[in-house]
Design a protein around this ligand. Structure first.
Ligand code: PHE
Length: 450
């Protein structure tokens, strides 16, 4: 059954594809921007703690449930649920995940469209087409709609090719390229005037701020968003992993890769912000808040590239190209959630499911663009800040309370016969049962009261 659904062909392929899903706009657009508006180092600290103590265990819950069932989120959760009531809860959780994944994609496609537009804008500059370039970097409705549609079209065409051919091939090649280009840019930005101030903000925490409920909930959302949790993406990717693989190790690798890239992007964006400030670019308003969180990196990074002269134009093309690809390896993992469900539960062909769902999501994106001021920020915080951690909570409950301990052990044993002796089996089952749900709820309670 598993092979008929498609499976990742190698461990490297899976890690790259799951890391491809995890690494995306969340790392380079979301995390550094949130860090910049939430006190830098305090945010970094809380993000790191939450990523390893809550997001990694929740990722494991998804991977284990997914591989156990080799099916989409709704069927997978139903499979482990005894009794009619739990099965209903399972279906509801899976379907809400499907809706949240689609909503995430609807705003994601807009931002990813900006990445493509900025890549082409630098290309236009290189070719001497200044007018085209300035249209491409304007945030007008026409440009936004066009590039959102272009990005959705790309996502749709890759996803209709299926798991192996589509997802794995792209991720394997482009992830390493992105890592290298980030490293080079970080190395460069740190040599510029003003960068050290950014580094200081990024690395010296103000501990009092780290305890603010607003910061903690933002960091929790950022960690869940960055690791693609709560919506069923990782559950589906888990369902495509072969039974031979050692899940805790794979999950650990994905977490480390994803978090490292976010942290690395912070080393680029925060210093770049202060370099831009140093060069007289306005980033903060009179009350000291960021002028625009959504477009921060589209102001500071082009400013950084400008300091490099002609080389900067080429670097800008490469950087925004890689960002567009990183966004694409994430967006395909979002679209795969409703697609896998529709194919497997309703017997629709892959091609049809992809086009229908893709068109519906693009319509939602268009509605967001037409009501940008009210809807854009609202959809982002509804999905990433609230829905993802709450759905992550549900998945921890399914793995910790509903899935039988014996089934969990059997699943983990497949790729590691000695798993019982290791630290993972000693800690994770009770951790995902008690610690994760309680802390996630406590963070929510605190943010509602605070
Ligand atoms: N993790 C992706 C990113 O950081 C976003 C994502 C969220 C992907 C949810 C899939 C599901 O860009």
């Amino acid at each position: 059954m598993a092979s008929a659904r498609g499976e990742f062909s190698s461990r490297f392929g899976f890690v790259m594809a799951a890391a491809g899903s995890a690494v995306g706009l969340g790392n380079i657009w979301g995390f550094p921007t949130q860090a910049a508006s939430n006190g830098g180092a305090a945010f970094l600290l809380v993000y790191l703690v939450l990523a390893f103590t809550l997001a990694y265990p929740a990722l494991m819950a998804e991977l284990i449930i997914g591989r156990h069932a080799h099916a989409n989120a709704v069927s997978a959760l139903r499979l482990i649920s005894p009794g009619a009531l739990l099965r209903k809860l399972a279906a509801a959780t899976g379907i809400i995940g499907f809706i949240v994944a689609s909503l995430i994609l609807s705003f994601y496609a807009i931002v990813a469209g900006w990445m493509i537009a900025f890549c082409l804008a630098s290309l236009a500059t290189l070719l001497g087409m200044a007018e085209l370039s300035s249209w491409l970097t304007s945030f007008g409705l026409g440009r936004n709609l066009l590039f959102m549609l272009l990005f959705m079209g790309l996502t749709i065409s890759i996803i209709s090719a299926g798991v192996r051919a589509g997802i794995e091939r792209w991720s394997e090649r482009l992830m390493p390229a992105m890592l290298i280009s980030l490293l080079v840019l970080v190395g460069y930005v740190l040599t510029l005037d003003g960068a050290m101030e950014g580094l200081r903000v990024y690395l010296l925490p103000d501990f009092e701020r780290a305890l603010s409920p607003k910061l903690i909930i933002a960091a929790l959302g950022a960690a869940f968003f960055s690791l693609s949790l709560g919506v069923g993406t990782m559950l589906i990717y888990g369902s495509y992993i072969s039974d031979r693989e050692n899940l805790p190790v794979l999950g650990g690798m994905v977490t480390v890769v994803d978090i490292s890239i976010a942290v690395l992007a912070g080393f680029l964006v925060l210093p770049a912000m202060y370099v831009a400030l140093h060069n007289g670019v306005e980033i903060y308003n009179a009350s000291g808040a960021l002028i625009s969180e959504d477009t921060l990196i589209f102001t500071v990074l082009p400013e950084l590239f400008r300091t490099m002269g002609l080389t900067g134009i080429v670097v800008s093309i490469v950087f925004f190209f890689l960002m567009s690809i990183a966004a694409l390896t994430s967006s395909i993992s979002m679209l795969e959630v409703p697609v896998a469900y529709t194919i497997e539960e309703h017997g629709v062909s892959r091609h049809r499911a992809v086009w229908l769902l893709g068109a519906a999501i693009a319509t939602v994106s268009a509605v967001i663009l037409l009501n940008f001021g009210t809807l854009f920020g609202f959809v982002i915080s509804l999905t990433t800040r609230y829905s993802q951690p709450l759905l992550g909570f549900m998945l921890c409950v399914f793995a910790g309370w509903v899935m039988h301990r014996h089934t969990l052990l059997e699943e983990l044993r497949k790729g590691n016969p000695d798993v019982e002796q290791g630290w993972f089996w000693k800690i994770w089952p009770w951790y995902v049962r008690l610690v994760c749900p309680v802390i996630i709820l406590a963070i929510f309670a605190q943010s509602l009261l605070g």
